[in-house]
Design a binder for this molecule. Structure first.
Ligand code: ATP
Length: 152
């Protein structure tokens, strides 16, 4: 059964807002109001939680996360941007690898196993979507999640 994406994003964001009251989540999903997916809602939720959890963990100094959506012909893009510590260019190719964590020293106070993005990538690949990350160290990170739309 098809699943409405925008409410699922908003519900997930509400939970993150409740857990991180000092953070500002700025979101706009109006343009994907009617977008439906054919996916397990728990999987969509898990992907979003992994990305948002990272955005929070790695932007403790700036505390602002922007979420917006872009509607394409057969796909929807959800873009999650933080303004935190970013990822060095040399590490970017490896962030989807299992157990990979950028610079243990920098991360030593931030809990994590390095599995989150590997799991998210797998869930996205299973539905023939795309998950890409661009980042500038000390500036922030932009995650683009692309999922196929259910066409009526
Ligand atoms: P967990 O398995 O609990 O998610 P994790 O955050 O270490 O732990 P991943 O989500 O797989 O693991 O991320 C891999 C690594 O990529 C992280 O350790 C971190 O160094 C880097 N990273 C991921 N997202 C961001 C982000 N938004 N900003 C900065 N670095 C990030």
């Amino acid at each position: 059964t098809p699943l409405q994406l925008a409410p699922l994003i908003q519900e997930t964001l509400k939970r993150f807002e409740a857990l991180n009251p000092e953070f500002q989540f700025v979101s706009n999903t109006e343009n994907i109001h009617d977008v439906m997916l054919v996916m397990n809602p728990l999987h969509v939720e898990q992907i979003l939680m992994i990305i948002l959890d990272n955005a929070v963990k790695y932007s403790l100094e700036t505390k602002r996360i922007d979420i917006h959506a872009i509607l394409l012909k057969q796909e929807v893009q959800i873009i999650i941007e933080d303004h935190g510590i970013g990822i060095p260019e040399a590490d970017l190719p490896f962030v989807f690898d299992r157990f990979y964590r950028v610079d243990k020293a920098r991360n030593h106070e931030i809990a994590g196993t390095g599995l989150g993005l590997a799991i998210a990538k797998q869930l996205v690949m299973n539905v023939h979507g795309k998950l890409t990350i661009t980042s500038i160290e000390t500036q922030g990170t932009r995650v683009e999640l692309t999922l196929p739309i259910y066409q009526v």
